[in-house]
Design a protein around this ligand. Sequence first.
Ligand SMILES: CSC[C@@H](O)[C@@H](O)C(=O)COP(=O)(O)O
Length: 366
Amino acid sequence: MTDHSVPVLRWTDAPEGPAVLLLDQTRLPAEEAELRCGDVPSLVSAIRSLAVRGAPLLGIAGAYGVALAAARGEDVPKAAGVLAGARPTAVNLGYGARRVEGAHGRAVAEGAGPEAAAAVALAEARALHAEDAEASDRMAEHGRDLLLNTLLGDRRGARDLRLLTHCNTGSLVSGGGGTAFAVARAVHRAERLERLWVDETRPLLQGARLTAFEAERDGLPYSVLVDGAAGSLFAAGRVDAVLIGADRIAADGSTANKVGSFPLAVLARHHGVPFLVVAPVTTIDPETPDGAAIEIEQRSAEEVTANAPKGAEAYNPAFDVTPAELVTAIVTERGVVSPVGRDGIAAVCSAPPTGASRSRNGMMNS
Ligand SMILES: CSC[C@@H](O)[C@@H](O)C(=O)COP(=O)(O)O
């Protein structure tokens, strides 16, 4: 995993009181600066500005945010609601906030005083943080084995892999090594990565600024490309698989991820290339029946109109939805879902938390 001189996210009790400390991702790669969020409004602002971002890390931030409200003696359900709504698409944010709210509420119901209940909330946030780190390791193993042994092992022979990724999905978005990027890193450590193609990821450049930063740090061979160049790479036969993360996976396997992911899935299908989604089970939302039901965050026009005439209007969705039928497999910490559909999604959701992958109900061993 990438070592950051400033930790991606940590809790502090001292000296000025409890706070969530963040590596400010808006300032990368130029500067590794720490941002102190001493109350829920400042954390919500950091979430909205993408100082802290990426689905699993948003879950961790939401969890610590609720612990922060509890430590400050504030209205915990209200804080959880505000945090959960700060960005609508990434389901982990609400999951983390609501999980800690639940632990705090149960402690209060059992008679805990404010300090004891706040300690329970913090312990729950820490547990979620540790679980996410563990999940990264398992996803990396499952994804690497799926690529090297199952999907591409026979077809590609001994040739090393050219993997294409979009947005940023490494240790900057996780308590551990990340999701899709963690798989690329594992392939690299297996000495089977020829190249990681890094989409720059318009408009906020999470690929060019953040994934390239992580690839550089971890020594992966990589190239940055503008998002629109992916088609010519596929046409030239220079992509062996696409790896992306997810912000929300619906019950049918349809996947919301950074805008520009869906066109990659179409390209991958056209060229017969596997398209893999790598995400922890916490990113699956069984309450969302299908892709059409996923709320897509719309962002400000200013993010895309810097070079347009004054007053230009914009269409700026943060995410798009890839239909389940275009996803070759979903790699989770509990195993791999393939084919992707309701049965496989239901099976992985009910699999034991650290269990090995299974070979029934649409899940296959990797
Ligand atoms: C493991 S991260 C998966 C997704 O959260 C990631 O691909 C993504 O789209 C992040 O979007 P962002 O708007 O930068 O938070």
